[in-house]
Design a protein around this ligand. Sequence first.
Ligand SMILES: Cc1cc2nc3c(=O)[nH]c(=O)nc-3n(C[C@H](O)[C@H](O)[C@H](O)COP(=O)(O)OP(=O)(O)OC[C@H]3O[C@@H](n4cnc5c(N)ncnc54)[C@H](O)[C@@H]3O)c2cc1C
Length: 407
Amino acid sequence: MTQALQTDIVILGGGIAGLWLLNRLRQEGYDVVLIEKSALGAGQTLASQGIIHGGLKYALSGVLSPASSAIAAMPELWRSCLRGEGDIDLRDCKVLSPNYFMWSSGGYRSRLKTFLGSKALRGRIDALSPSAYPDFLRAQSLSGMLYQLTDFVVDTPSLVEVLAAPHRDRIFQIPPEQLRLVGDAERGMTSLQMHTADGPLTLQAQRLVLSAGEGNDALLSQLGINNPQMQTRPLHMLAVRSRHPHPVYLHCIGDSFGMTPRLTITSHPGPDGFWDWYIGGEIAEAGTQRSAHEQIEEGRTQLQQMFPWVDLSEAQWTSFFVNRAEPKLANLQRPDTAYIHSVANTVVAWPTKLTLTPELGNGAVNLFKEQGLRPLSSEQSPAASTAISQYFETPPVATPRWEDLLR
Ligand SMILES: Cc1cc2nc3c(=O)[nH]c(=O)nc-3n(C[C@H](O)[C@H](O)[C@H](O)COP(=O)(O)OP(=O)(O)OC[C@H]3O[C@@H](n4cnc5c(N)ncnc54)[C@H](O)[C@@H]3O)c2cc1C
C-alpha cells in the first residue's frame, strides 16, 4: 500500500529554529508538518546556555557593525514575546535570570575591552555599585568592574516545551532510516518517503525547510545541493554541580587579545534546590584540544582563581564536546545574522544563535510571501498529519546534556 499525502511545508529538525518556524508559519495559515529524528531540542538548542544576547561580544572591540547592531534589538523582542505581546506567546517559558552580568577582573586588556564595550553599548549597560551586586558576588571585594547587561537567560527545556505545546499534532519523531528525501538540486524536494509497517507513506509539499542544525549537511547532500555549505565550530563545554547556594550569570572578561569572554557562566536548576553551573566562553573554544580530564582541571583552576570564596571540593564535574553549526562564510568568518537561503523549493535555515531565531522567523514569513506561497485548501489541510500520526509519535523534549552526565 502506498499513501500519497500533501502539505504546504515540511520542516526537518525540531530545535529552536524548526519549532519557531512551525509556530510562525502556522500563524500565516500554512499547513505544516515538522519531523524530528530524535528528541526536541536534542542538538545545539538544549546544549546552549540560553542567553538572549544584546551584542556585547561584538561590542568588546568598541565598534558595532550594522549587522551586529541588529542583535541589540533582540532582548526587547524576546521580552515582548515573554509578556505575550510579541510574534509568539512565550508567557509560559521560564526565565532563569532577568539580567546577565559582565565582570572585568582588573587586568589592563580586560579593563580596556570592557571600557570599549561599555562605550559601544551606551545606554544598554550599567556599571554596578557593590550594593547592587547579585547574591553570588555580594559581600565579595571584587577587583575591577561589574556591569549589568540587557541580556537575560531563558530555561531552554521550557522554551522548547512552550513552542511545541500548541502543535503536538503536527510534530513527528521519525528516525533517519525510515525517512528518504527524493529530489535534486534543480527541483528541490519532489517527495519525502516515510517507511511504515504498512508500506511507504509519500508526502509532497510546496516547500521543504531544512532546520536540522548540524544535520542540514547530510540533508543537503541527499538532495545534491552543494550551495550553501555548512561549517561547524567545536566547543568543549564544562558543567559543575556543587552545593553552593547561588546561581551565577556572568561573563568574565579576561586579559587575552581575543574578544570572547574568558568564561561565560550560566546556572540551571539542579537537584535539591542547588544549581548546575554551565561554563562556556574562551575556555570551551580553546579546550577542544584538551581531554575531558584536562578540561575539568582547567575549569577547576580558573574558577578557584576567580572565585576563591567558593568551596568546590565536593563538586561534581563533567565536560562534553558539541558543535555549533552555521553557514560557511568566506574567510572562515563567523556569521552574525540569522541565515536563510532558498534553493528551488527548499529553504536552508541556521539561526546561528538562539537569540536570532525571531529574525529567522521573520525572514521565512517574508520569503514565502514574496514567493507567493498560498496555503492549501482547508479540506486538504489536516489530512497529512492525521495519516502520519497513525504511524509516528510526537517526540519528547530532550534533557540538557550536562544533566544526563551529572546524574
Ligand atoms: C554550547 C553552545 C552554547 C550556546 N549558547 C548560546 C546562547 O547562550 N545564546 C544563543 O543565542 N545561542 C547559543 N548557542 C547557539 C544556539 O544554540 C544555536 O544557534 C541554535 O540552538 C541552533 O538551533 P537549530 O534549531 O538550528 O539547531 P539544533 O538545536 O541543533 O536542532 C537541530 C535539530 O534537528 C534534528 N535533526 C538533525 N538531523 C535531522 C534529520 N535528518 N531529520 C530530522 N531531524 C534532524 C536534531 O536532532 C535537532 O533536534 C549555543 C550553541 C552551543 C553549541
